[in-house]
Write a protein that binds this ligand. Sequence first.
Ligand code: ZN
Length: 378
Amino acid sequence: MTHQVIITIRFCDTNILFHETSSKLMRYLIPALLTIIITLSCTSTKQQNQQMPPGKLKALIIDGESNHGVWPKTTIMMKRYLEQTDLFAVDVKRTKYTWQGPHYDQSIGLDDITDLLDQYPAADAGMTTSVEEPQPDPDFSPDFAAYDVVISNMGWKASTWPAATKKNFENYMKQGGGLVIIHAANNSWGDWTEYNKMIGLGGWGGRSEKDGPYVFYDDAGQEVRDPGAGACGSHGPQQEYVLTTRASDHPIMRGLPTKWMHAKDELYDRLRGPAENMTVLATAYSDVEGNGPSWNKEVKGTGRHEPLLITVEYGKGRVFHTGLGHMDYSMECVGFITTLQRGAEWASTGDVSQVIPSDFPDDVSVSKRKWSWGPSSK
Ligand code: ZN
């Protein structure tokens, strides 16, 4: 007796068809099929492991809305900086509606700032639509709990998140999540009380004395908290400046020089906020004449040592907040790269295992690495 058997196995999106006309041959075919299935299973597991290696820390960069229109590029830069440590596997989650603000078109040689979205694609960011003004994404709901650390590359005027997303993020942080705040991410969401607690200090975004004191260091090296009335957030022309370490025994700062030169960047001053459970890691001096905003000659620099690297403990969560990172060239600073890598590890684990690179800047000269796509673990 003969009959025809068609066996179809769907594996790894491939249909494997087996036509058999002899029941006798089935005795030979079945063991062969089992061998194929076992082999494919092993291969599939290996491929999955290569995509998300076990033991790596899981990091999520969130972006999509910032007046710092270079953000599509800086997200990719930071993704690679983290991957190059060999400690992190990094995903990107982007808001459905992207906004890049009115600035920087000419400064980076583009007629249309949205070209950066094509030049620096984030494959896992999903489909997006570029808009003229920030537009809330009602579906923005990252699975924060799947990550050891969230890095915010959002900025000024970022849209309010859905209430459920805000609550999920608060719970994630209270239960031991990690957060890294990059530069203008401290402009976002001035009316979100819990976010202000997470970031410690913020700028702009409607913030004022109602949100907390100015925090700075005086010339004697003492931390000062000033609750007096006044604007929140300012900076002068971009410049190179010195960072001064204020917490040399903190894991992020351990082994770094006491003073080091940072590449051309904005120097944020007049930040204010709840500043609860906050540690100032490093400051930079806001010169009275040199750090006044160019758009308002009435305002001067503060003459204070401004906190630009800080940490905050929020519930069981850890936050590393860097005021550095205005532009792509600012992020080429080895000081920025190193503190980002170390800060992200600390926010993830509470400790730092990385060694200080030999090209870390000293107190005299800037040290930069010209950015290129570089190696990726993906
Ligand atoms: Zn900026």
